[in-house]
Structure formats: C-alpha cells, structure tokens
Design a protein. Structure first.
Length: 244
C-alpha cells in the first residue's frame, strides 16, 4: 500500500488528510507496534497492512452514512465505539473528524490504559477511553441513549452486539456494525432482537475497501424507539443467550 496509496484510497472515501493528520496516523502506528510488544493489541503489525486493515477499514464507514444528516461525521456528533480494543474504529475516526465527541469503551483495562496513552501522545481532544463492560455502562444515565452514533468492529454476533450497542443510541441516531463475509444468516437471526431493542435495519452497505480486494459490509441500524429498561440484560447474558 504505502502512504501515497493510503492518501489516494482515502480520497475515494471522500477524505482529504492534512499533514498533521498524516503525522498522527504515523505516530499511532509506532505506538501500536511498541504497545504490541508488551500486550496483545493486534495481530496486524505490518505498516501497509495497518494502513489498509485498520485505518482505511475503520474510515470506510463514512461511505455508508455520508448522505444521512443526523450521523454525518462532519457534524459535531457524539460517537461511542464499543469493544474498541486498540482503538478501532474510534481513533482513526477521531484523527480525521476532529469535530466528533468520542467515547472508546473496552472491558480490558490494559487496553484502556494504552488508549489513554494514544490520546495523550496524539494530543486528541474531546475523546475519552473508559473501562468496563458494554452491558454495565449502558445502565448509566450519563451514557444511556445519549449518543448519535455507536460503532463496533469485530466484537460479537449481531444479536448480542445490538443488545450491547442500541441502548447507547438516542432515538434518531444509529448503530453501525462492521461485518465481513456472508452475513445473511446473521442478519436474519438478529432481526427480532434489533426490533425488541428499538432498532430498524436501514441498509447493509457492501463495499470493496479502496486499494484492495477486501470486502466489507456495514449494517446500518437506525434507532426508532427507546430501548426498554430491561435491556441490556445482566453482564454476560447477551453473549451467552442472544435475544431471538
Ligand atoms: N474493535 C477492535 C478492532 O476491530 O480491532 C477490537 C476487536 S477485539 C476482537 C474485541 C474487543 O471487544 C476486545 O478488546 C474485548 O475486550 C472487547 N469486548 C468484548 N466484549 C465486551 C463487552 N461486553 N464490553 C466491552 N468490551 C468488550
């Protein structure tokens, strides 16, 4: 890939990077690789692969939602990334869209400490990393139904993930799940759960990541009704017994 192809590929996603943003992506790569020596952050450490499979992949969501005003990434909206791990997709989104107010959530404290370091070193503002389970923070009134957009990549199946994510989204907002491969069955299996949680599948946007042959699907779920108070169920249950 290389940095020039990276910049060109992002243009296909309607993203123009400034020098400062390019530097931040570079620094993030170095912090990621260093951090990976002391903890398990990612299996992708090759520079070109990080550009494609972490950065471009995280940012490709723009193409799935740019025409929707409520969740337009160029607006000053509130975004939460559930199960962010080493910061994907939340950190790349924040580097490009500085206007976003971002919360990164993960249940592993050492990853959250790593994210605190990334935030500090990249001098990112209006972004916080919090440690806890999605099921628990969703009960907290300062988080519940306060976000315009919830994103999540590689965390769980869609039914479980909807129970983690939809409670964070306010009515009129959206939850977007990053998926790959055949998703028809998973979609079908989660339809009822999504409805029960106040969501509605608006569309599935399939694309090939620019500069590659990698396929990515974005399941775009709009929040049409408040999530009733019993959801999410107690910690662990959404994964053990997905709603159906
Ligand atoms: N989203 C990142 C990415 O795409 O590179 C990380 C994916 S990693 C496979 C899944 C992450 O989800 C892990 O960091 C894990 O700690 C977190 N996770 C799993 N279940 C969770 C839950 N119930 N609440 C919060 N985080 C959770």
């Amino acid at each position: 890939m290389g940095i020039d192809t990276f910049i060109k590929s992002l243009k296909e996603l309607n993203i123009e990077l400034s020098e400062g943003q390019i530097e931040k992506f570079d620094e993030y790569f170095h912090i990621l690789v260093e951090g990976n020596e002391v903890m398990n952050l990612t299996t992708i450490t090759d520079y070109d692969e990080v550009l494609l499979k972490h950065y471009i992949d995280s940012l490709a969501v723009n193409k799935a939602i740019e025409e929707v005003d409520n969740w337009n990434l160029n607006k000053k909206i509130k975004v939460i990334d559930i199960g962010t791990g080493a910061g994907f997709p939340g950190i790349p989104l924040k580097i490009v869209y500085d206007n976003l107010e971002v919360v990164l959530l993960d249940s592993l404290n050492k990853k959250v400490k790593f994210l605190d370091e990334v935030i500090k070193k990249l001098e990112l503002l209006n972004i916080t990393a919090i440690h806890g389970r999605a099921e628990d923070f969703a009960k907290d009134p300062s988080y519940r139904e306060t976000f315009d957009l919830c994103v999540s990549r590689a965390v769980s199946n869609l039914a479980t993930l909807s129970e983690y994510c939809l409670p964070y989204v306010k009515v009129g907002g959206a939850f977007i799940s990053y998926k790959s491969g055949e998703i028809e069955e998973e979609l079908k299996a989660s339809e009822k759960a999504i409805k029960m949680l106040g969501g509605n599948i608006l569309k599935v946007e399939k694309m090939t990541l620019p500069g590659s042959t990698i396929e990515r699907s974005f399941v775009v779920i709009e929040k049409v009704k408040n999530t009733i108070g019993i959801y999410p169920r107690k910690s662990g249950l959404p994964a053990k017994e997905p709603l159906k």
